[in-house]
Write a protein that binds this ligand. Structure first.
Ligand SMILES: Cc1ncc(COP(=O)(O)O)c(C=O)c1O
Length: 472
């Protein structure tokens, strides 16, 4: 089958002019006719593609037609044994990877910066998470080291899988070749959350992707390849994965109503990557280099040489400005940039993150440079406190979530067992997860970070968090 083809697109174009048809099926907006007036015009073309499993279209859970063809083309391009389109984001894929590979009571090794979506899978499976630390440079999180993975398997040789996020949100990749050796020697599976790395395979200027090394990987195509949100893909690269169980897990994590506009965007993104991926990502890299040049006159950046010396790689299309290193509050810098028309991916007290993607426009670099020159920033010596150590796990996430829980002020939480995750988002290394004992150091960290304006998921507006109710 040719990569020039776009099976879903070819089929859907047959369905775009259905004025003569009588619509007695979902979606009942009937090609847009029944949409509320305000979005009718805005979504006119979109609504005509918003179809259902009509004859000639396909079933997301058991594709045999155009969707199967579109997925097969994606698998070939990303050199996977099988690829599955995800319509509930990489979040669904992360859940499915865990659900498909872990049984109740199984141990899974996880990088502590694992995305929040893994938590629901841990609750559903009853698997026991054992977290690996994320290495840092000057307090900034990088990724998991090979040594940490070795130590993890030494302590938990029974672990069924390792789930690692590579690249990290900040574009830092782990040494996957070496990690894969350790994981496979331990007869475990390597699951990679590559949500931020679908573009890596298309430029030699970027670190290697996980494709050659992992068993399963998940990519958020809406994050780096220009698909509609939340279009993503799960690739089964190989390895001993029960395919039927994987499909069942995907059904548990996804809607049964295929959103065709989203699927269409995945098919056309795959076609574009096949035909012009190298040029597209090459251009992204060039633009990112110019952005980096413009920014480094004002803020120190996280650089490839910095992370490479510690055994990691860096995707340079992620531009991380380490504002705290020069005593500048990232929140203040980000807010001023926003007022000047520059919208960043992430604004935190200690750093700012800019992402250069396929939609980036050359003239934006000049506007960015002008805006940086106009910033009026005070410097202060305040730094975010160091993250407290990973708390002790006293209940599995499943046990903790199904116990009775109460909300209490965080200041009174030391010694209690967390019933929900507390994490600075996005993307964040969780401070605590359900089942972990909250420490005084964690409470002190929260106090300090809140005072500096950091927002946390898992904490109510008035500073309460959920803990397991103690049984007297
Ligand atoms: C590392 C990581 N994995 C997974 C996800 C979830 O991706 P999606 O938004 O496609 O569900 C995110 C979202 O930010 C993420 O940062």
């Amino acid at each position: 089958m040719e990569q020039t083809r776009a099976p879903l697109w070819e089929q859907i174009t047959q369905f775009l002019h259905r004025e003569e048809r009588v619509w007695l099926h979902v979606p009942t907006h009937s090609g847009g006719l029944g949409l509320p007036a305000a979005i009718k015009q805005l979504f006119a073309a979109y609504a005509r593609c918003d179809l259902t499993e009509l004859p000639g279209l396909d079933d997301l859970f058991q594709p045999t037609g155009v969707l199967a063809e579109a997925q097969a083309l994606a698998a070939r391009l990303w050199q996977a044994r099988r690829s599955y389109f995800l319509v509930n984001g990489a979040s669904a894929g992360v859940r499915a990877m865990v659900l498909a590979t872990c049984n109740p009571g199984d141990t899974i090794l996880l990088a502590r910066n694992a995305h929040g979506s893994v938590l629901q899978a841990l609750v559903a499976t009853g698997a026991i998470p054992r977290y690996l630390p994320v290495a840092e440079t000057a307090g900034f999180p990088l990724n998991v080291t090979v040594e940490a993975v070795k130590a993890g398997f030494k302590q938990y040789p029974e672990a069924k899988a390792l789930l690692i996020t590579s690249p990290s949100y900040f574009g830092v990749t782990a040494d996957l070749a070496a990690i894969a050796e350790v994981v496979h020697q331990a007869r475990a599976l390597l699951l990679v959350d590559e949500a931020h790395g679908a573009h890596l395979d298309f430029s030699a200027a970027l670190p290697a992707s996980a494709g050659e090394y992992c068993d399963l990987r998940v990519q958020s195509w809406h994050k780096t390849l220009g698909a509609l949100t939340p279009g993503a893909v799960l690739h089964w690269q190989g390895g001993d994965v029960d395919e039927e169980r994987l499909q069942t897990a995907l059904q548990g994590a996804q809607t049964s109503s295929p959103p065709y506009p989203l699927l269409l965007s995945l098919d056309l993104v795959r076609q574009r990557m096949a035909l012009e991926g190298k040029a597209l990502i090459g251009e992204m890299v060039q633009q990112a280099l110019l952005v980096r040049q413009a920014v480094e006159a004002y803020f120190p950046l996280l650089t490839p040489s910095q992370v490479q010396s510690l055994g990691f790689g860096l995707d340079i299309t992620r531009v991380t400005m380490l504002t705290a290193q020069i005593g500048v509050c990232g929140l203040e810098a980000g807010q001023q940039l926003g007022q000047l028309g520059i919208d960043l991916e992430l604004i935190q007290p200690d750093c700012l993150l800019a992402i250069v993607g396929p939609g980036y426009q050359t003239q934006w670099t000049e506007k960015l440079a002008d805006s940086l020159a106009r910033l009026q920033l005070k410097t202060a010596d305040r730094q975010l406190p160091k993250l407290p150590p990973v708390p002790e796990l006293v209940l599995t996430p499943r046990e903790a979530v199904y116990r009775q829980s109460v909300l209490i002020p965080y200041q009174a939480a030391a010694g209690k067992v967390a019933a929900a995750m507390v994490v600075c988002y996005p993307p964040g290394i969780p401070l605590c997860l359900p089942g972990e004992r909250i420490t005084p150091a964690l409470v002190a960290y929260l106090a300090d970070a809140l005072q500096q304006g950091v927002a946390f998921r898992g904490l109510t507006k008035d500073g309460q968090l959920k803990v397991v109710k103690e049984v007297k």
